[in-house]
Design a protein around this ligand. Structure first.
Ligand SMILES: [Zn+2]
Ligand SMILES: [Zn+2]
Length: 262
């Protein structure tokens, strides 16, 4: 698995990009900076976007991706969503007021739509390209799904975890603890200790609550803990606080970081 960080921040500026992780060259986890992070030819290759939840910093670029790829791809882009997410996107985003409903706009000279949904259910494995994905609800003000991506290439197996936006939680960490071949964990860490109260009320983690909650995952000594979703105004303080934890597995991600897991 090739993993490219397109966006890893909980906000935006010319040097900060919102949550989006590219898997290989055709699958995206969330879409906060899918267009800002990829040139047009790369955007045309996106076949699947897996949506963790409907907050704007995770879906905003679905609008601009749809606009950019129309007529440039023979097939629809599949949005993997829960039923509730489909309902929210249709009622509040692709509602022909905020943005056109690209699930009803046809690809030129085709009967296929520009975007199509594929509904996934928490706790039930679903296939995206060569990966099996399992979603687990986590702790956020709106429905939010953490995910585990698993692969098996000629007997070589691996998995990565993605926490989505969450405060302290249990079920996802129990799932992670069962993954014997975990290659990396993408974990949110949004607010510094000074704003612990804000992390708590908004369903996010500080370095303190991140450190506490991931103990439940019993991660191996060599599993990288890749931290994302830091709020841009507090990144430097966050970095210092993460460093002070003294856990060498932890890295604060930067846009365009790349990893290869086998
Ligand atoms: Zn959120
Ligand atoms: Zn977010």
């Amino acid at each position: 698995m090739k993993l490219t960080v397109l966006g890893c921040h909980g906000g935006e500026s010319p040097t900060h990009r919102m949550t989006t992780f590219l898997i290989d060259d055709d699958i995206s986890i969330d879409a906060g900076s899918l267009c800002r992070g990829l040139d047009l030819d790369q955007q045309y290759k996106i076949a699947h976007v897996i949506i963790s939840h409907t907050h704007l910093d995770h879906i905003s670029d679905l609008a601009f991706l749809a606009d950019n790829v129309i007529g440039m791809r023979p097939d629809p882009v599949t949005l993997h969503c829960t039923e509730k997410t489909v309902e929210t996107l249709q009622n509040h985003f692709f509602n022909n007021k905020i943005w056109p409903d690209f699930t009803r706009i046809k690809i030129p000279k085709s009967d296929l739509p520009v975007l199509q949904y594929s509904v996934y259910k928490p706790g039930v494995d679903f296939k995206v390209g060569r990966y099996m994905v399992r979603a687990t609800p986590v702790n956020h003000p709106v429905e939010s799904m953490a995910m585990i991506f698993k692969w098996n290439e000629g007997g070589r197996t691996g998995a990565i975890g993605y926490s989505s936006d969450t405060g302290p939680t249990d079920a996802f960490w129990a799932e992670i603890a069962q993954q014997k071949d975990l290659k990396a964990l993408l974990c949110e860490c949004s607010f510094p200790l000074e704003l612990q109260w804000l992390a708590d009320v908004s369903g996010h983690l500080s370095p303190k609550t991140m450190h506490e909650t991931i103990q439940k995952a019993q991660l191996g000594a060599n599993v990288p803990i890749l931290l994302y979703h830091g709020k841009p105004s507090h990144l430097q303080v966050l970095k210092n606080e993460v460093r002070a934890l003294g856990d060498e597995r932890m890295t604060m991600l930067k846009p365009n970081d790349r990893f290869e897991f086998t």
